[in-house]
Ligand binder design. Structure first.
Ligand SMILES: [Ca+2]
Ligand SMILES: [Ca+2]
Ligand SMILES: [Ca+2]
Ligand SMILES: [Ca+2]
Length: 267
């Protein structure tokens, strides 16, 4: 399982592994924060039929959960930044379950400004997951697991800074082996950086307006291939309740087109 999850960059690796279990992040401003979506009977569906909302005491504002099996025990871990900057750690109840329980309100004693946002990806491919964080007032910080399977993370590097209320998402969009770092920002657009070399933690700016996406205010992108058609899907929340869905125009392309806007939670 570790190897399998390892190949996926962010929250949507859950789709790929658990088939009917689909998760998306949202970026509400005042209300609940994380919605877990269960698809229809169709495996790898892009149609969502059920939403389970999770509310937590504290940290309900501008949350940006990241999903990964950090300790390779076969159970998904969720890291959720809090309003005051600390990170909560949740663990999946059992394999295939959409229930998670709180493990720690102060993951690795990390505290990063406020409104911490997260993404997890093994950028140097050493099987120790790398945790990318932004906050309301700070750019990217990169932490990494101390050893394979460890839940202790330590600071590694400073990444790009695109301004306030940034939200990172790391994946390899063009399949060239170098990580692509998308950072949604305050005014609703998405910055795109790419790793300069492997296993470097240095990034170069590709564009300040990834695929001309603009969701109005506070973009929170996540990328994975939801329907397993070989084309990556990009979901992004905004400061409102909606989620916009884009899909890659062709394999390995940096261009995405809009499929659906604000429909997932309109039901
Ligand atoms: Ca785990
Ligand atoms: Ca690593
Ligand atoms: Ca790449
Ligand atoms: Ca797709």
């Amino acid at each position: 399982m570790g190897d399998h999850l390892h190949t996926f960059s962010n929250i949507f690796h859950i789709f790929a592994y658990y088939e009917k279990f689909e998760v998306m992040k949202l970026n509400f401003y005042l209300t609940f924060v994380l919605v877990i979506i269960i698809s229809s009977e169709t495996i790898q569906s892009q149609d969502f039929t059920e939403a389970n909302a999770y509310t937590w005491r504290g940290g309900k504002i501008h949350t940006d959960p990241a999903f990964y099996d950090l300790d390779y025990d076969g159970l998904i871990d969720i890291l959720v930044g809090k309003q005051k900057g600390k990170i909560m750690h949740y663990k999946q109840q059992s394999v295939n379950s959409n229930q998670f329980f709180l493990v720690d309100r102060n993951f690795c004693n990390i505290s990063y400004g406020g409104y911490t946002t997260t993404s997890i990806y093994d950028i140097d491919q050493d099987s120790m997951p790398d945790l990318f964080m932004c906050s309301a007032y700070n750019g990217v910080l990169i932490y990494e697991a101390d050893t394979i399977g460890s839940l202790n993370f330590s600071w590694k590097a400073v990444g790009p800074d695109v301004g306030v209320f940034a939200s990172p998402s790391v994946s390899d969009i063009d399949g060239d082996g170098m990580a692509d770092l998308l950072i949604g920002e305050q005014m609703g657009v998405i910055y795109h950086f790419e790793q300069m070399d492997t296993p470097s933690l240095q990034f170069e700016l590709i564009t300040e307006n990834f695929s001309n996406i603009d969701v109005g205010f506070r973009a929170t992108p996540e990328i994975s291939d939801l329907d397993n058609d070989g084309l990556l899907d990009l979901l992004t929340g905004n400061s409102d309740i909606g989620v916009s869905h884009y899909e890659q125009i062709q394999n390995n392309s940096y261009e995405f087109y809009l499929i659906l806007k604000k429909e997932y939670l309109d039901k």
